[in-house]
Design a protein around this ligand. Structure first.
Ligand SMILES: Cc1cc2nc3c(=O)[nH]c(=O)nc-3n(C[C@H](O)[C@H](O)[C@H](O)COP(=O)(O)O)c2cc1C
Length: 205
């Protein structure tokens, strides 16, 4: 029997039960039905401090992620990420980009790079892509317009790359703020479930 794919979702929405969480739940449910192991982390439940730009975590060379001086939940989160084969990175589009919750998480990923003082730019500690990632985003604007005017998927994709994951699919849910408690439409559910199966099966894009 094949080892099940271990999928970790990281949710950057401010709302539990909102459109982003519903979409992620559909993806994970269909992945589980296809034999994957899944876990969801809601950043809202975690204590993540702002990166202070001390750059301690970027000074020591090597494959291991740098150690942050801040004592919060980021270390545990990185350990869970290391154990995962596949990631789902999800955020609503707020003010044209990812939420501040997701941005805080992304900034803390600077520890995935080696960037000693004197060096102009960070270098990925592990430039390869051994994981796969799905991106999930939502917007009040129609999806096409939101994708053209905002950078939410670009930010999520760059986070996936920093974590050594190749992006194999994107679910962008436009017109997501028509009602206070909006349901996913049938087309979105279908796409979410298809992406969940794809992640569970380990297929490339
Ligand atoms: C502070 C704030 C800023 C927002 N900015 C944008 C935006 O720039 N473009 C857009 O299309 N929708 C914007 N929205 C709408 C959200 O993207 C939408 O409510 C969200 O995708 C729903 O996700 P959720 O149900 O998981 O909370 C914004 C919403 C809030 C509260």
């Amino acid at each position: 029997m094949n080892t099940p794919v271990n999928i970790l979702a990281i949710v950057g929405s401010y709302r539990k039960g909102g459109i982003i969480e519903r979409a992620v739940d559909e993806i994970l449910a269909s992945a589980r039905e296809a034999g994957a192991l899944t876990r969801k982390i809601t950043l809202l439940d975690k204590h993540l401090a702002f990166c202070t730009n001390c750059r301690s975590c970027t000074q020591v060379a090597g494959d291991n992620y740098g150690v942050c001086i801040l004592d919060d939940d980021m270390g545990g989160l990185l350990q869970e990420i290391e154990r995962a084969d596949a990631l789902v990175l999800a955020s609503p589009m707020n003010a044209g980009t990812v939420t501040a919750l997701m941005k805080t998480f992304i900034e803390r990923l600077v520890c995935t790079a080696y960037w000693p003082w004197g060096s102009p730019a960070p270098k990925a500690r592990r430039p390869g892509k051994s994981k796969r990632a799905l991106l999930v985003a939502s917007s009040a604007a129609p999806g096409m317009i939101a994708r053209l005017t905002g950078d939410v998927t670009k930010r999520l994709k760059s986070a996936a790359t920093m974590l050594g994951a190749e992006t194999v699919g994107t679910l962008f849910i436009g017109l997501a703020a028509q009602q206070q408690h909006q349901e996913l439409n049938k087309k979105t559910i279908h796409k979410a479930r298809k992406l969940g199966r794809k992640l569970a099966a380990g297929k490339a894009a």
